[in-house]
Structures are given as structure tokens and as C-alpha cells.
Design a protein around this ligand. Structure first.
Ligand SMILES: NC(=O)c1ccc[n+]([C@@H]2O[C@H](COP(=O)([O-])OP(=O)(O)OC[C@H]3O[C@@H](n4cnc5c(N)ncnc54)[C@H](O)[C@@H]3O)[C@@H](O)[C@H]2O)c1
Length: 422
């Protein structure tokens, strides 16, 4: 194999697709039997990879497997396994360690090993290198080792693996060159970092930047509401500045596998120095509070209409963590639903990308027809701005609407009475 990808999820599978398109012979290793069986049958479990593309990958020789021997003779191995948080909120590198142990058992001289999983600076050289060296081979001398952050933006129709610049940081200049040469086969622009730590840090900087700026507008949303200021309009105005400003928008909280998790990796590392990373911890606090705030606003809105939350028919629109994808990981819709349910709301949800949705093991009924669901609900709460939820449809059919995504920010006066923005 030219390449074996370990972990065939949101990050690993698009990488396999690009490598296959470039003519590389690609193997894949995943522990999950359903993932491997599905891929072998031409199915995709990842939003950005279609079943037809999986068929093309298989036709190009892609070999998904649960068995380690797929690694034998691999010239490059890329590790794309999950890096979640542990119970105490710190990094959980169990999957990275396990994957590195697996690679070590099959490592051969000259192989390039790349870690793509998001993690704290130092992981590649302090955690992964010693495990790989249990093979008896020396990192940087007998095999190449690098870190290359994945910058994938699920659902982004413009930027994917191929046209998003790829950062690589090698343990030695030779490792960096090997990694740049490998990615250069199917990525348009490769950027070499000074070392593995700089590459690891670059990814955390990008995600922390988003996390902090989202928290900034979320905090502003709370006081702008009380001051009677339309923050959406203010952001729109500020965004006309052609330099020095990037627009971020408020919402019901942060979700997905990166923003709510990765900055914790960095704050864990900083805490090891004996002091906190205050920006991240503050952003976490503000963003974590948003689901509760959304429920409070929803309750106030019903109250304005003389209704209690108890037994009110509440329709949640969009339960995925971002628009136009099916990924529900860390979605703020879940804490919102949990609170609403606790207050006695009669909940339903609508989401074109989700068939069944459970909160704490209890199913939330799914509304199938958007128009009727909108008209039947006492209160509609927009949580995700899926393309289907256009302002016209929402305002025409909903009796009372709380829009946490600014979908309806341009509605005319006639609808303004029934629509409230976050
Ligand atoms: N999803 C994103 O948008 C995104 C973007 C950038 C970076 N990342 C990072 O990339 C990494 C992977 O994330 P993902 O979203 O692709 O995860 P994922 O859960 O979609 O996929 C990971 C896959 O790895 C498999 N796996 C776990 N342990 C394994 C092991 N020891 N050996 C073989 N397979 C194993 C799992 O079965 C799963 O199929 C994480 O560090 C994440 O933070 C994710």
C-alpha cells in the first residue's frame, strides 16, 4: 500500500478519497465493524463522502479492514482517530496510543507516519514517537514522523482536502520533507511548519480563535437584547469593513468535534505550567451557558403571549451542530431539549438530516412535514440554519418563532410581532 489510513471517520475518509483520486493504493484500518462492513458494501457514514464516491474508491483499490496486517508494507500511515475529552475534561489520548501501538507492530524502515488527530502541542514527539520506537526503529532516523492538522469543514461546498492548504510539521527536516512530498501528491498547497509542535499549535490556534470570537458575540447577544440593540444588524454593518474584521454570529452554543473540545487540549497544556489559559476558560463558560439562555428567552417569549412552558407545543428546528450536515456531536440542541423537557414542554423536532433523535435515551417525536409542524407549534425555535429553513417559510407558517441563527433577521414589519431573534 502507498497509504494506510487509521480511523475512517469524518477526517480519515475524505483523505482516503483524495489519495485514491491521485492514483495511490490505499488501505484503511478501523476498529468499528459496522464502518468497515458499510464501506466494503459501498456505503458512506460521512456527510461529505457520497456512496458513489465510496464505490469509486473501492474501484481504485481502496481496502477497508479491521485487521492489522493491512499495515504490512505501507509506505505512509496516517492516524485519524478520535481525541475526545476524558471524564475530568482533559485530553483522552487512548485511541491515539492504541493506534500508535498498532503501527509499531508493523513498522518498517523508511515508513512515513503522520498524526492528524487534533491534540495538544508535544503529543507527536512526547507520546507517539516513544510508542512507535517500541518497534526498535528510531524516529527521525529510521522512519519519518510528522504532525499534520486536519482542517476539514464538514458540509463546506468550496473547501475540501485538496484545496485547503495543508500544514505539515516534521520531527526533523527530513521528516517534514517526506510529509510535504506525500501530501503534495493530492493537496494543492503544502505549508511547512518549523516542527511538530508548531503544526499542533496552529490547529489549536485556529479553533481557539473561533471559540473565543463566538463567545464574544454570544456575550454581546445577551446584553444587546436587554439594551434593545439588533446585534445581527450591527455585525452586518461591521462586516462591511474590508480589513481587520471577521464576522462571527451568535447562536445557541457551540457544537461539533472541534470547537467545544480542542481548546481544552490547549488549556490542559497551559495548566501544566501552573497557570490557566483564561481566554479559553472564559469562552467555554460563556458558550456553555447559551443553551440555558436560549431556554430562558423561549420561556419569556411564551410568557409574553400569556402561555406557560408546561404543555406548550415546542418545535425545535435543526438538531445537528451546524447547517446542512447530519453530525450531531456536541450539538447544543441536546441541552436545549433537555431543559425544555424538564419544564414540561411538549417537544417535537424537525431536521432534514436526522431521522431519529433521542435525548437522554428518550426519543423526541419527529415532525415530518415542515409547514404543518410550523403551524401546529405554540413556539418554534430555530437551532440550526439548514438551507430548508428560509425566512419566508418560517415567518409565513410559524405562530411564534424564536430564531437563534439570524435566519429571519430581514423580515418585514408585518412578521416582526411573531418573530424574535437571539
Ligand atoms: N470531524 C471534524 O470536522 C474534524 C476536523 C478536524 C480535525 N478533527 C480531528 O480528527 C480526529 C478524528 O476525528 P473524526 O471526526 O474523523 O472522528 P470519527 O469518530 O468520525 O472517526 C474516527 C474513526 O476512528 C476509529 N478508531 C478509533 N480508534 C481506533 C483505533 N485504535 N484503530 C483504528 N480505528 C480507530 C473509529 O472507529 C472511527 O471510525 C480527531 O482528533 C478530531 O478532533 C476532526
Amino acid at each position: 500500500m502507498d497509504l494506510v489510513v487509521i480511523g475512517l471517520g469524518y477526517v480519515g475518509l475524505p483523505l482516503v478519497r483524495e489519495a485514491c483520486r491521485a492514483g495511490l493504493k490505499v488501505g484503511g484500518l478501523d476498529l468499528d465493524a459496522r464502518v468497515v462492513a458499510g464501506l466494503k458494501a459501498g456505503l458512506s457514514h460521512v456527510d461529505d463522502v457520497s456512496p458513489a464516491e465510496v464505490e469509486d474508491m473501492l474501484a481504485a483499490g481502496f481496502t477497508p479492514s479491521r485487521e492489522e496486517p493491512v499495515l504490512d508494507g505501507a509506505r505512509t500511515v496516517v492516524i485519524c482517530v478520535p481525541t475526545p475529552l476524558s471524564a475530568d475534561g482533559g485530553p483522552d489520548l487512548t485511541a491515539v496510543r492504541k493506534a500508535a501501538q498498532t503501527v509499531a507492530r508493523h513498522l518498517e524502515p523508511g515508513t512515513l507516519v503522520v498524526l492528524e488527530s487534533t491534540t495538544y502541542p508535544g503529543t507527536t514527539e512526547e507520546v507517539v514517537a516513544p510508542i512507535l520506537e517500541e518497534s526498535g526503529l528510531t524516529a527521525g532516523a529510521e522512519f519519518h514522523l510528522a504532525f499534520s492538522p486536519e482542517r476539514i469543514d464538514p458540509g463546506n461546498p468550496v473547501y475540501g482536502v485538496k484545496n485547503t492548504p495543508k500544514i505539515v510539521g516534521g520531527m526533523t527536516p527530513g521528516c517534514a520533507q517526506a510529509a510535504a512530498g506525500f501530501y503534495g501528491k493530492f493537496v494543492e498547497h503544502v505549508v511547512q511548519a518549523k516542527g511538530t509542535r508548531e503544526a499542533e499549535m496552529a490547529k489549536l490556534l485556529e479553533n481557539t480563535y473561533r471559540h473565543v470570537n463566538i463567545a464574544l458575540v454570544n456575550e454581546m447577544a445577551v446584553f444587546c437584547h436587554e439594551l434593545g440593540i439588533d446585534l445581527w444588524d450591527a455585525i452586518g454593518c461591521a462586516a462591511t469593513k474590508p480589513f481587520g474584521f471577521q464576522a462571527f454570529y451568535p447562536g445557541p452554543g457551540v457544537g461539533g468535534h472541534c470547537i467545544p473540545i480542542d481548546p481544552n487540549y490547549l488549556s490542559y497544556k497551559v495548566r501544566s505550567l501552573g497557570y490557566p489559559f483564561r481566554f479559553v476558560e472564559l469562552a467555554q463558560e460563556i458558550n456553555d451557558r447559551m443553551p440555558r439562555y436560549v431556554v430562558e428567552r423561549a420561556q419569556a417569549l411564551l410568557n409574553r403571549e400569556g402561555r406557560a412552558m408546561k404543555n406548550a407545543k415546542v418545535l425545535l428546528l435543526g438538531v445537528t451542530y451546524k447547517a446542512d450536515i447530519a453530525d450531531q456531536r456536541e450539538s447544543p440542541a441536546r441541552p436545549v431539549a433537555r431543559r425544555l423537557r424538564k419544564m414540561g414542554a411538549d417537544l417535537t423536532f424537525h431536521d432534514p438530516h436526522v431521522e431519529d433523535w433521542e435525548v437522554d435515551g428518550v426519543a423526541v417525536p419527529r415532525a415530518r412535514v415542515l409547514y404543518t409542524a410550523l403551524a401546529e407549534a405554540d413556539l418554534v425555535v430555530v437551532l440550526t440554519n439548514h438551507a430548508e429553513y428560509d425566512a419566508d417559510t418560517l415567518t409565513r407558517h410559524a405562530r411564534l418563532l424564536f430564531d437563534t441563527r439570524g435566519r429571519t433577521r430581514m423580515v418585514d414589519e408585518s412578521a416582526a410581532e411573531r418573530v424574535e431573534l437571539l
